[in-house]
Design a protein around this ligand. Structure first.
Ligand code: ATP
Length: 471
């Protein structure tokens, strides 16, 4: 790599929030994330996004699409089906290989992924699947110290049946990654978009994995969303393209507010590489539970297209008119999780500050990611003219941005509530507004207040949003 991975001591870089509970409870209390089907006791590793969470996650996806598709001439979008021809997953290697080593405790019957066991975190996939690994390392059940079975491979793909007959011939898989939808559409997209190599195809969509040990809130879920981009390149250009995508993808997280010191690259060891990968580097984030993968960047060689060409019998080669060569393009992939990215932005935005002897909780979201851009608040809700004016301002703002009205508490408390959900600006209408036609705009981070004429508010908010985007 040109940009050598920074070696960062995990104990030196503190997480943005010491305990995950702080974030989990804020997320629940303020309506970012709820356990799925909670009234029935929940379903393990599936989470629902509440009113604020859906805005945050949509904004994360929009920011990714903007950087990966809208702002580029060489990447186009795609939205492929979750269900695909079952042969896709045989060809891709998922039916044979997409599995984790699973062990079970002989007494409490709990199941674990081998590399989630204390003392086994650094094992390569081959070492973790070795039948003698439990004995060799003296591993025990972390719950009750009971004996563990030797590892067996557990396939992570979820199955269902297509059509009215539930037999083997009707089995289809819920896709475990969005990438395969891109590979099988490579020719369709190239022909219709008339793109020349190097070019990419980007996709955001749901993926499903029957994870053995999900956990850490939305970090590892069984139903989640991916934001993947596959860049098709000449074989002799793959290494250079790979090196270019590394800093570009890291910069995207920084551009939207993640602290640079809590990001690092980690290159996969040769014994860790997936069957398709020539080289893989993860962008990692310092979560409260350690450094973990945020996004994977992979040089996949010609594995995917040549396998699909062979299995389907269709020609997936590219003809380069400049050199008059036919070849299978190589692929550089950037594979991120939308939920994991939203989770990261949420954690990294969390601040507790002392203000006049009180603790103020702030989510210092980048304004483009904030669920609401502006809140309109009355200083006196008993004055009908003030409330009317608030609603007129709100209606105008809502034409362009997510805005909200709140009059259910005194102004200090209303500010505090908006701080806690990360609203960058509050517009307050007071008695003077009725006379001078101006309102107060309060900034979340600096808490400074500006007096702005009512007719200029929307422009001021839009200008600040634009400045935050380009700044
Ligand atoms: P791991 O080894 O931790 O299981 P992985 O290397 O298999 O993860 P990839 O297949 O590279 O993960 O997936 C790409 C991205 O998709 C990850 O970086 C992550 O952001 C997201 N992702 C993968 N699995 C999950 C999951 N179970 N829940 C949420 N996001 C996920």
């Amino acid at each position: 790599m040109t940009d050598t991975p920074t070696i960062v001591d995990p104990d030196v870089v503190a997480p943005a929030v010491a305990g995950l509970d702080t974030i989990v409870s804020l997320a629940k209390r303020r309506g970012f994330v709820f356990p799925s089907s909670e009234i029935y006791g929940g379903i393990n590793a599936v989470w629902d996004y509440g009113p604020l969470g859906v805005e945050l996650k949509n904004n994360v996806k929009r920011a990714w699409w903007r950087a990966m598709v809208q702002e580029r001439d060489d990447i186009v979008g795609l939205d492929a089906g979750i269900l695909m021809h079952p042969q896709v997953w045989v060809t891709s290697g998922h039916v044979a290989e997409f599995s984790d080593p699973l062990v079970e405790c002989g007494t409490c019957k709990r199941r674990y992924r081998v590399d989630d066991l204390p003392g086994a975190e650094d094992l390569s996939p081959a070492e973790a699947s070795d039948p003698g690994v439990i004995e060799r390392l003296g591993l025990q059940c972390p719950n009750d110290g009971g004996p563990l079975t030797p590892p067996r491979r557990f396939n992570l793909m979820l199955k269902t049946f297509l059509g009215p007959v539930e037999d083997e011939a009707a089995v289809v898989y819920l896709r475990p990654e969005t990438a395969q939808g891109i590979y099988v559409n490579f020719r369709n997209v190239r022909e219709t978009s008339r793109k020349k190599i190097p070019f990419g195809i980007a996709q955001i969509g749901k993926a499903f994995r029957n994870e053995i040990s999900p956990g850490n809130f939305v970090f590892r879920m069984r139903e989640f969303e991916q934001m993947e981009m596959q860049f098709f390149v000449r074989p002799d250009n793959a290494t250079a393209q790979f090196e270019e995508w590394l800093p570009r993808r890291r910069a995207w997280y920084e551009r939207y507010g993640v602290s640079p010191e809590r990001l690092r690259f980690r290159e996969h060891r040769p014994d860790e590489l997936a069957h398709y990968a020539k080289k893989a580097v993860d962008v990692e984030y310092r979560f409260p539970f350690g450094w973990k993968e945020l996004e994977g960047i992979h040089n996949r060689g010609d594995w995917d297209l040549s396998r699909h060409q062979e299995a389907s019998g269709e020609n997936l080669e590219y003809f380069d008119p400049a050199t008059e060569e036919h070849f299978i393009p190589w692929i550089v992939e950037t594979s991120a999780g939308a939920d994991r990215a939203a989770f990261t932005f949420l954690i990294d935005a969390y601040r507790e500050e002392e203000v006049r002897g009180e603790t103020r909780v702030v989510l210092a979201f980048h304004p483009q990611l904030a669920p609401y851009k502006v809140a309109v608040l009355p200083l006196l809700k008993k004055r009908a003219e003030i409330v009317d004016l608030c609603h007129r301002i709100l209606a105008d703002l809502k034409r362009d941005v997510m805005a909200v009205y709140d009059d259910t508490a005194a102004i200090g408390k209303l500010y505090r509530r908006q701080d806690e959900i990360g609203t960058p600006w509050c517009v307050t209408v007071d008695v003077d507004s009725l006379e001078d036609g101006a309102v107060t705009v309060r900034d979340r981070d600096s808490m400074t207040q500006d007096r702005i004429p009512i007719e200029g508010i929307k422009r001021a908010i839009l200008d600040r949003l634009e400045a935050a985007r380009t700044g």
